[in-house]
Unconditional design. Structure first.
Length: 397
């Protein structure tokens, strides 16, 4: 049962002060007394100003016993009915966590006209897909999506909820965590289970990427985490995947947003999208000067690759932020990642260490990049890269 403020009808004098104060329209008058509806966020503004002390706000700890929660759920992000790749990645990881805990894996899908999307989630391993399908959810509005996901969580009560650390996930998942009264670990790069305590071990970079911190949420449920795209591996679909599609029945008239979506504008992207590229040639401060990126672009063109960069190269103004790979940039997992003059700071490794094959070129044999590299070349990049370009051109000719 969801938490709500409590109104003592014997104390309530029907002054309507709380009605005017509530920023969410969560209070209404019924038979001369104030009554709370499903819009309540437990902000407490009404209780602070009630002259009769008739309103009580429950502690977020109420109804939070871990034993009352079970299962792993992922928020299945979608745009225009197409499920985001990060959702499939989370399903694969969620299946692993659910099997360790011996619990079902579910997905929450929110939007409009979602029948085909729900089927695809079953093929990627979900045991149940909870579908909130309504015309008012056609475009993403964080207020509406947050309220719907909150209601799904209160209904299903999963012990773990995972979502993508995408612009959409970052915009409304914190709101959901607040509404259900639990914690949230953002931008995780690894997830595992402490089976004895049934705790989700949530690992993410901290202190600017200088250390890796493992965070737990021992008392509140669900344990919530967001994970960046390409950090987890995507599983293979099973065309005969069995599972259940569960329609979410809500009183849609109670879902009211103060925001109206006017238009969706597609972002202009470069020739090869960095996050989707099969091959990436990335460079760092070892280039010494931004003019040397012309050499990197020439190599990338020969490999039909995207151009990436370390944070140091971007901060130096040598290339735009759109090319930055790492904790504060894009997370990538290409088939081939070539790191040229990149030392391998933790925040950069977080963004590319899931690549299938990593080739590192650096003059420092002790550079951290070699710890994750499949192949390492210790040498002067101004000698190695031109030779690579010469060899590739010769093979092409």
């Amino acid at each position: 049962m969801s938490l709500q403020i409590r109104i003592d009808n014997e104390k309530c004098i029907g002054c309507e002060i709380c009605i005017a104060l509530c920023p969410f329209g969560a209070l209404e008058m019924v038979d001369g007394k104030a009554r709370v509806n499903d819009q309540c966020t437990l902000c407490g503004a009404c209780a602070d100003e009630c002259p009769e002390g008739a309103i009580g706000v429950p502690s977020l700890d109420e109804g939070q016993r871990p034993d009352d929660y079970s299962g792993v759920m992922i928020y299945a992000e979608q745009r225009l009915g197409k499920v985001a790749e990060v959702s499939y990645e989370l399903l694969h990881k969620g299946r692993e966590l659910a099997d360790i805990l011996n619990v079902p894996l579910s997905a929450a899908l929110i939007g409009s006209d979602l029948s085909s999307s729900a089927e695809s989630l079953l093929q990627y391993g979900a045991d149940q897909v909870y579908v909130a399908d309504h015309p008012s959810l056609e475009g993403f509005i964080d207020e509406l999506y947050g309220e719907v996901l909150t209601r799904i969580i209160r209904m299903v009560r999963p012990e773990i909820l995972l979502a993508g650390a995408t612009p959409i996930g970052r915009s409304f998942i914190p709101k959901v965590a607040t509404q259900v009264g639990t914690g949230l670990t953002a931008d995780c790069t690894e997830l595992s289970i402490d089976l004895e305590k049934r705790l989700l071990l949530q690992t993410r970079p901290a202190f600017g990427g200088n250390i890796m911190a493992t965070i737990i949420c021992p008392q509140k449920r669900p344990q919530m985490a967001t994970v960046r795209s390409k950090v987890m591996k995507k599983g293979l679909p099973q065309p005969t995947g069995s599972g259940e599609i569960v329609p979410v029945v809500l009183d849609w008239s109670t879902l009211i947003s103060k925001t109206t979506l006017l238009e969706v504008v597609e972002e202009l992207t470069e020739k090869v999208r960095l996050a989707e590229a099969d091959v990436i040639v990335s460079a760092g401060r070892g280039l010494q000067d931004g003019k040397h990126f012309s050499m990197i672009r020439e190599l990338a063109d020969l490999l039909n690759a995207a151009v990436g960069a370390s944070r140091g190269a971007v901060d130096s103004g040598w290339i735009s932020y759109a090319h930055q790979v790492g904790q504060t940039g894009k997370t990538v997992a290409p088939k081939l990642y070539i790191a040229i003059g990149v030392s391998g700071a933790v925040q950069h490794l977080v963004g590319m260490q899931s690549s299938d094959t990593i080739v590192a070129i650096n003059s420092d044999p002790h550079a951290p990049i070699f710890d994750v590299a499949s192949y390492g070349i210790v040498g002067d990049l101004f000698a190695v890269v031109p030779e690579m370009i010469r060899q590739l051109k010769a093979r092409r000719n």
